[in-house]
Each structure stands twice: as structure tokens, then as C-alpha cells.
Design a protein. Structure first.
Length: 307
């Protein structure tokens, strides 16, 4: 089996721009991840969230034994990137530099972010998660698994996160291996907190959320669903940044190609068989016609002889 990308996208809160969005996502061949930067933490949480998802999809070898070491390279990158951004914003007279400078140098606050990433190998999802971003697994139109939560009431205003200063990483992530059973259709959905909660509420009220999710194919379509859910739908979507990934787990291309080759061979054999049958029928018909002509000529021969 393999991962097939269906849709991935993010959008900002109402009355904000996409540049203000603190969610991040990444999808690679066998890995996919989302993160939700914490707005009440340190400087530029969107940088930290972006570093997390990209690092995971490049090096998904995070475990319960090495996770702190795994974070170190991007903690250093975050610090360098933030210093550079503060400097650039100050030079460009962007007023945001002052608040972020204060967070970094005076308050010494780390950036925080929830995170959920999955690597698909050996027909298993190897999941790393911390905080309230969620994964949903549908098989044959049925929600068969969700993590870390199972219902909408589990969401609260306080959540665990990865942070950008090593000394402040007090929360250990969860590591889950989930085997994917064979099914006609298997879809995996990752969503940051507000949208994940809204998905749960739709499931709980028997709304057909699954079909809507797997049929998202463009950014515009995604944004229309988010806008509609915030304003006119019940349940209502909270006004927050949203990141969403939808992937399908399907047969590998190799298996599909093998199946196609077998199908082609079977068709060829069937065609050959039909051709052989047709040839045999034609031959039988020719022989019958030949025998009739011979019989007719023999009859004429003996008739003439008698005369």
C-alpha cells in the first residue's frame, strides 16, 4: 500500500491574512504532518510550526528515546530565524519587531506548537503526536480510529506542545503504531484543533462530513467550506487558523501495474481464444462446404456414366 495525496491546505482566522496564519503542514511520499503554533507563547510561532513539519517529513525517525535530540537542530534554526526576522522587521520599521524582541530577549519565552505527524511503512501508520491536533482514519465510509481524542468534548483551552527552547520541553509526545487493515477505501485526515473539533461534532450529529472532506480538491473549495462552517452551519466552526491534510491509502503502483498487466494478458488470452474458436468454426464450415461440392460432383459423374 502507499499514500496518495488528496488535499492539503491551510487558511487564516477571519479578518486576518494568510501571513498571520500560525498553522503549518507538509506532505511527502510516505510522510505527512501538521502543526499549530501557539499564539500566546514566544516569538513567531509560525516559524516553529513550519520547522516541525518540514523536519519530520525529512527525518521521521523520532522515537520516545531520541525526541529531545531530534528537536535540537530545529530549536537552533528557530532561534537564528527569529533573530534574523526581528532584525529585518526593525530595519523595515515593521512595529511587530518590538513585541517579538521583548518575548525573545526579556521574557525569554519559547515558541510552542502542537504537532501530529505520520510515516507510513510496512502497512502501518507510525504516528508522533503532542497536543490537540488530530488524526482521523476512515475505512469504507466508517470512522474507525481517531487520535489523540475520540470526541468533541475533550478539547479545552490548554494543551501540550513542543517548544523551541530545550530547557522548557516538559511534555513528552505520544508514539502510536496503527496497522492499516485491508479495505475497499482507506482515508486518513489530519486537522488542527478547531477544524478537528468541528469534524467530531459533525460525526456526533450524524452529518455527512466524510464525503465533504474527501471531495475537497482545491484551496478555494476548502476556504468556502471553512467560511460557510464559521457563519451559517450547525455545528459552527470556531474562528481559528485551520490546517487540513487528506490522504488516501491505496494499493501500491507496482501492484496496480501488475494487476493491469494481468488484466491485459487475460484480455489477450481471451482474444486469442475467441480468434481460435472463430478459426475452428470457419474451418469446419469450409470442410462441410467442400464435402458438399465433392458429393455433388460425384453424383453428376455417376449420372452421366449411366446415360
Amino acid at each position: 500500500m502507499e499514500i496518495v495525496h488528496v488535499f492539503s491546505g491551510k487558511t487564516n482566522k477571519e479578518k486576518e491574512s494568510i501571513q498571520d496564519c500560525q498553522d503549518a503542514l507538509q506532505v511527502k511520499t510516505d510522510c505527512f504532518a501538521i502543526a499549530d503554533g501557539a499564539s500566546d507563547g514566544g516569538a513567531y510561532p509560525e516559524i516553529w510550526a513550519d520547522l516541525l513539519v518540514n523536519h519530520f517529513c525529512e527525518k521521521p525517525n523520532i522515537t520516545n528515546k531520541n525526541w529531545q535530540e531530534w528537536l535540537k537542530p530545529i530549536q537552533e534554526s528557530w532561534l537564528n530565524d527569529v533573530k534574523e526576522k526581528i532584525k529585518t522587521n526593525k530595519e523595515n520599521k515593521n512595529p511587530s519587531w518590538f513585541g517579538n524582541h521583548k518575548k525573545l530577549h526579556e521574557k525569554k519565552l519559547p515558541a510552542g506548537s502542537t504537532f501530529i505527524g505520520a510515516q507510513f511503512k510496512e502497512n502501518r501508520l507510525h504516528v508522533t503526536l503532542i497536543g490537540d491536533s488530530c488524526m482521523f482514519i476512515w475505512q469504507d465510509n466508517e470512522l474507525v480510529k481517531s487520535m489523540p481524542y475520540t470526541k468533541s468534548t475533550e478539547f479545552s483551552g490548554v494543551t501540550k506542545s513542543f517548544v523551541s527552547f530545550e530547557k522548557d520541553n516538559k511534555f513528552e509526545p505520544q508514539f502510536i503504531q496503527y496497522p492499516i487493515q485491508k479495505a475497499k477505501e482507506t482515508y486518513c485526515v489530519l486537522a488542527t484543533d478547531a477544524f478537528a473539533k468541528w469534524i467530531f461534532e459533525n460525526v456526533e450529529t450524524k452529518k455527512s462530513i466524510f464525503e465533504r472532506l474527501i471531495n475537497i480538491s482545491t484551496q478555494n473549495q476548502f476556504e468556502e467550506i471553512v467560511a460557510s462552517a464559521r457563519v451559517s452551519e450547525i455545528p459552527k466552526l470556531e474562528n481559528d487558523d485551520v490546517a487540513l491534510i487528506v490522504v488516501k491509502i491505496s494499493e501500491t503502483k507496482r501492484k496496480v501495474e501488475q494487476t493491469q498487466k494481468l488484466t491485459t494478458k487475460n484480455k489477450e488470452k481471451l482474444q486469442e481464444s475467441k480468434s481460435t474458436i472463430q478459426t475452428k468454426k470457419q474451418l469446419k464450415k469450409t470442410k462441410k462446404s467442400f464435402r458438399r461440392r465433392i458429393a455433388k460432383r460425384l453424383k453428376m459423374f455417376f449420372k452421366n456414366k449411366e446415360q
